[in-house]
Design a binder for this molecule. Structure first.
Ligand code: PLP
Length: 359
């Protein structure tokens, strides 16, 4: 076994909702800890999946995901051969780490951020360099530039960032890229960018066409509501795309998933409705936090990171009242996935009652 793997701390996935509900003796439990889409999935996905020809079950899927590739290329205005699909963005994070990292390389992140970047760096025997965010939890670009050394082979930028929800302007990101050596990959994870009000101005999706060392990643798990189907993709420069296709397992994305993703992509009305409802609910939460003197980070995502004294106790209280939030990301901070308006109202009443009781 690889030395790096022996002492690995695995990513702890969410417990199945039914299991957790039974353990807690609850009749209803709303998971607001995994940034899932509370409005479900486009109904067009079910129609498309049910229409899939099961006579193809014994045949390998289209390894090129041709129809989906054409649709994504057109949507994002990139060349079809710049796109590499993966089994969720999870798999892409593993794939790029496997491709670009050797033992003893360094991987640079702004912290806190998504834990899988560190996990896969560790599996490859690389070492993580973490530059803390600024006081407002924005990225410390100056700090990142200072931390660059020839050993740094990858830099991760999650925009908007998980768990803070904060986003960085495209201008700032491009200015940063211009200070990174061409031999260092800059990986921009845009899992949540659909939720930003100015997503079109914020996205770096055109940068891989301009800078060979830039990669931009998207997922269907969040705004498109397809978390269960496991599909994401990355846009690479032409310099790296062919190599990535060679590293990718030839049949990683199955046909049903390809059909589901294409149907989801074609139903932009569902995505717009999700984004609009999320934005309204996000506003309601920020107003509530302001009124109750609760500190939070600016969010361009479908979740909010907020501070609360003895946050673990609040999370426990909310869990026993049917709402699970994400704990353990920073001492006395919680990450709340923005849910439906009805759940938001109920949850805000619970927090207000808890706060009134505590004071
Ligand atoms: C959810 C998430 C992903 C991965 O999502 P998949 O379901 O694997 O596509 C990637 N990056 C960030 C920051 C995420 O929060």
């Amino acid at each position: 076994m690889k030395e790096s793997v022996r002492k690995l701390q695995p990513y702890v996935p969410e417990k199945p909702l039914a299991t957790l509900k039974a353990e807690l003796g609850l009749t209803r439990l709303v998971r607001l800890s995994a940034n899932e889409n509370p409005y479900g999935t486009s109904p067009k996905v079910a129609t498309a999946v049910k229409a899939w020809d099961f006579n193809n079950s014994n045949r390998y899927p289209d390894g090129e995901a041709t129809a989906l590739r054409q649709a994504v290329a057109q949507q994002q205005a990139v060349a079809p051969d710049q796109i590499v699909f993966s089994v969720g963005l999870d798999e892409m994070i593993a794939m790029v780490s496997r491709t670009f990292l050797s033992a003893r390389d360094r991987v640079l992140v702004s912290a806190p951020t998504f834990s899988e970047y560190a996990l896969h760096a560790e599996i490859e025997g690389a070492k993580l360099l973490a530059v803390p965010t600024l006081a407002n939890d924005q990225v410390d670009f100056k700090g990142l530039v200072s931390a660059l050394t020839p050993a740094v082979k990858m830099v991760w930028l999650c925009n908007p960032n998980n768990p803070t929800g904060t986003s960085e302007s495209l201008a700032q990101i491009e200015q940063f890229i211009q200070q990174v050596p061409a031999t260092t990959m800059v990986l921009i994870d845009e899992a949540y960018i659909d939720f930003a009000m100015n997503a079109a101005a914020l996205t770096a999706i055109q940068l891989p066409s301009k800078y060979d060392n830039v990669v931009v990643m998207r997922t269907f798990s969040k705004a498109y509501g397809l978390a269960n189907f496991r599909i994401g993709y990355a846009v690479f420069s032409k310099a790296y795309a062919a190599t990535m296709q060679a590293v990718r397992l030839p049949y990683n994305v199955n046909s049903i998933t390809q059909v589901a993703a294409l149907a989801a992509l074609q139903d932009q009305a569902f995505v717009r409705a999700t984004v609009t409802k999320n934005a309204a609910e996000r506003e309601a939460w920020l107003t509530f936090f302001d009124q109750h003197g609760i500190r939070y980070d600016q969010s361009d995502a479908n979740f909010i990171f907020f501070a609360y004294p003895d946050a673990a106790a609040l999370a426990e209280y909310l869990l026993h009242h049917g709402y699970s939030l994400r704990t353990g990301l920073r001492a006395d901070w919680l990450r709340l996935t923005i849910g439906t308006a009805a759940d938001g109202q109920a949850l805000r009443s619970l927090i207000a009652a808890y706060q009134a009781n505590a004071s």
